[in-house]
Design a binder for this molecule. Structure first.
Ligand code: UTP
Length: 291
């Protein structure tokens, strides 16, 4: 029997240096795409996959993320008093059930693997999803739900993958690929940030994972990898051969919102996809494209 997927870890302890000065006093994950912060997209996506327990791995200066999921009592009272019903409903729809979100602190940002290890008590003996909020996916079926489906079928680890240009393999975790069945590929090896000439493929992991709790055992070894950081990819690689491990060529488009160009493209794509904004955005874009 495959254990149901109920938990998600959201690592948000990074420094966000590529977005300074915006991220000097505000966490990167609070940057909005159109009108919703990145962290809210991640939580909504996980909830759409049936996940109802969350752990944010935070660091210094991340209090806004915790406040975002609290009830804004004064704001709600003021909105009610002024009969701003729509705004009030929006806040209430997004509210999290009490006790469904917890936080742990990663005191020093020693890498993504270390951030996940910090959530080990929350993970316990259960499978869990990881969503990196700065990766945003625009798709028909939410990306985590696509991964959850494969997890339910295989009972093993599943990572979302997409093709990247060969010359960019040194920015990502790259797969060594075994058998392929449609959109699902067997993972036979993983390398973090390989040089293009050493990369075993051009299939990269994006910021969506469903992992078995055994990964914590390997993270506990605290081995330093690329960039002298504790890399999640290295710990995942140690699970290959012991548990099923697959990559899913997910349906949808991924935007790297930790990068300026990716973030700007996401603003355009997400606003064009919105019925209330799409036509106006399409119209004004013509002025810039034709200039
Ligand atoms: P990034 O590589 O994007 O790093 O982390 P960053 O610090 O957020 O941003 P830049 O590069 O300085 O602009 C990928 C994800 O891993 C988390 C980040 O919060 C982000 O979600 N992370 C990274 C941690 O939680 N802890 C770490 O030690 C490193």
């Amino acid at each position: 029997m495959v254990k149901p997927l109920r938990k998600a870890v959201l690592p948000v302890a990074g420094l966000g240096t590529r977005f300074l000065p915006a991220t000097k006093a505000m966490p990167k994950e609070m940057l909005p795409v159109v009108d919703k912060p990145l962290i809210q997209y991640a939580v909504d996506e996980a909830r759409a996959a049936g996940i109802d327990q969350f752990c944010m791995v935070t660091g210094r200066g991340k209090t806004a993320l915790i406040d975002h999921f609290d009830i804004a009592f004064e704001l709600e009272a003021t909105l009610a008093e002024r009969s701003k019903r729509e705004a009030l409903e929006l806040l209430r729809e997004e509210a999290m059930p009490p006790g469904s979100i917890t936080t742990v602190r990663q005191q020093v940002p020693l890498g993504l693997g270390h951030a996940i290890w910090c959530a080990r008590s929350f993970i316990g003996d259960d499978p869990f999803a990881i969503l990196l909020p700065d990766d945003l996916v625009l798709s028909k079926t939410p990306c985590t739900a696509q991964l959850a489906k494969v997890y339910n079928e295989t009972g093993g680890n599943v990572v979302a993958v997409s093709e990247v240009p060969r010359e960019h393999t040194n920015r990502y975790g790259i797969l060594k690929v075994g058998e392929t069945h449609g959109d699902i590929v067997e993972v036979t090896g993983l390398v973090e940030k390989p040089k293009p000439e050493d990369a075993p493929s051009n299939l990269s992991i994006i910021g969506r994972y469903v992992l078995l709790p055994e990964v914590v055992k390997y993270l506990s070894q605290m081995e330093r990898g690329a960039g002298n950081e504790v890399q999640l990819t290295d710990a995942m690689a140690k699970m290959i051969g012991h548990t099923p491990f697959h990559g899913l060529k997910f349906e949808g488009k991924r935007f790297d919102c930790g990068d300026k160009i990716g973030f700007l493209e996401a603003q355009i794509a997400f606003s064009l996809a919105r019925p209330d904004l799409g036509p106006a955005v399409r119209e004004f874009l013509k002025n810039y494209v034709n200039a």
